[in-house]
Design a protein around this ligand. Structure first.
Ligand SMILES: [Zn+2]
Length: 119
């Protein structure tokens, strides 16, 4: 798996084309073309494929939000309400990034790089 391609939402098979529809539309952050524009890799290999990505994003977000909240409350002595408000604000900021990142990670875990497809 290639972290850079994953981070930039490139197709895992050819690493050339984006796995999300461009340009980005705020109302449809997870819109994906059916196939990679470059290598024709199916971007939803099977129905319900991205249920796995939901678990990835759940685990990532739980840790990402739990740790700062605990740190704020127990180390910086914030009130619980203050810490949770801050965490919700933080979550809103990274929400789309996280959703897309989870899908990208999931696809990259399941589809291998294929150098001839990159040409
Ligand atoms: Zn591709």
């Amino acid at each position: 798996m290639n972290m850079k391609a994953m981070w930039q939402y490139k197709c895992p098979r050819c690493r050339q084309s984006s796995i999300f529809s461009e340009p980005f539309e705020i109302s449809k952050p997870l819109e994906m073309p059916e196939r990679c524009a470059h290598c024709n890799q199916k971007l939803e290999p099977e129905p319900g494929f991205y249920y796995g990505a939901m678990f990835v994003s759940y685990i990532l977000s739980a840790w990402m939000l739990l740790l700062p909240t605990l740190l704020l409350v127990f180390y910086f002595k914030w009130s619980v309400v203050g810490a949770i408000s801050f965490t919700i604000f933080l979550a809103a900021l990274v929400y789309i990034r996280l959703l897309r990142g989870s899908r990208s990670l999931w696809l990259h875990l399941n589809v291998k790089y294929d150098p001839p497809a990159a040409k």
